[in-house]
Design a binder for this molecule. Structure first.
Ligand code: SAM
Length: 286
């Protein structure tokens, strides 16, 4: 079977989906480990029997509305590749706003601790001790994207010369109720950040696992109401239920519990940033 034959058959099988042609291409590119554009230039090439069989297994799972990201085990978030499977929520584009907002808060703090390479070691203890907590970390996408943005050398222009200025990544705790999700978050941290990073993954309910007070708590906890959940696409129903539901009938009870107990876990001028209904990012100050 040639590439174009495989794509044509898959396209027919996926015709009930909104973008069958694109999905057929993405799946084949994944199976062949080639960029999607490569397929256009190689339509008459044969696909071997093992790969054909693997491809049509994935196509039939996609037809049964398994999310594409669970089939390719990959989702891009904040310009980075994250491994995902059925144990974690697939990161949503709207959650990138939560990362942006968190980076704004950190940048305010960083303006005080911005240090040149030479002065790095002299950063004060107070500044080094900035603590971030990502509650309900799932795939780890929020904590890892924040840490990654700190690892990028930033070019600073001073007195007409360009110098590299490094920021220290904040000490971060990332928590989740689900041990399976934490395993994936750890794997993603290693893939994206390497073996030595500043994130400690902890299992437990809401803020309870935190071993010290935080300056910034970030939370993307389940917030769908039972009605919203009932009306979601079939793909969403294949994501972990505990990542979407758990906030009671109106979806708000987990975040309410977190905000109620936040003063115990925040430093005096600490802040909570959280995602709520419709992907809206909200702030709460201690
Ligand atoms: C909406 S998902 C968000 C995942 C990830 N932070 C993201 O933005 O893609 C919510 C996460 O919170 C976790 N969770 C649910 N209830 C929790 C609780 N009581 N304490 C800690 N984590 C919880 C779920 O296991 C899930 O990983």
């Amino acid at each position: 079977m040639t590439i174009i034959d495989a794509l044509t058959q898959a396209n027919e099988q996926l015709s009930a989906l909104p973008s069958p042609e694109l999905e057929a291409r993405l799946l084949l590119a994944h199976v062949l480990r080639k960029p999607q554009t490569w397929l256009f230039a190689n339509e008459t090439r044969p696909v071997g029997p093992a790969r054909t069989s693997k491809y049509f297994t994935l196509v039939s799972r996609r037809k049964r509305r398994v999310p594409l990201a669970y089939l390719t085990h990959q989702k891009e978030f904040y310009g980075l590749d994250f491994y995902v499977d059925k144990h974690v929520l697939i990161p949503r584009p709207e959650t990138e706003q939560l990362v942006n907002k968190s980076l704004d808060v950190l940048a305010n703090f960083d303006s005080r601790r911005q240090v040149s390479n030479r002065a790095l070691k002299r950063a004060t203890t107070e500044l080094k001790n900035f603590v971030v907590a990502d509650i309900g970390t799932g795939s780890g996408c929020i904590a890892i994207s924040i840490a990654h943005s700190y690892l990028q050398p930033k070019i600073r222009l001073a007195y007409g010369e360009s110098r590299q200025a490094y920021h220290l990544p904040p000490k971060t705790y990332a928590t989740d109720l689900s041990p399976a999700a934490l395993q994936i978050a750890r794997r993603n941290a290693q893939n994206v950040l390497g073996t030595s990073h500043n994130i400690t993954f902890l299992q437990g309910n809401l803020l309870e696992p935190l071993p010290e007070k935080a300056d910034l708590i970030i939370a993307n906890l389940p917030y769908l109401s039972e009605r919203e959940y009932a009306e979601t696409r079939p793909e969403v129903k294949q994501e972990p239920k505990e990542a979407l539901l758990g906030g009671g009938p109106n979806g708000q009870s987990l975040i309410k519990q977190l905000l109620k107990r936040a003063p115990e876990y925040l430093k005096p001028s600490g802040k909570v940033i959280y995602e709520s209904t419709g992907g809206v990012v909200l702030e709460w100050d201690n």
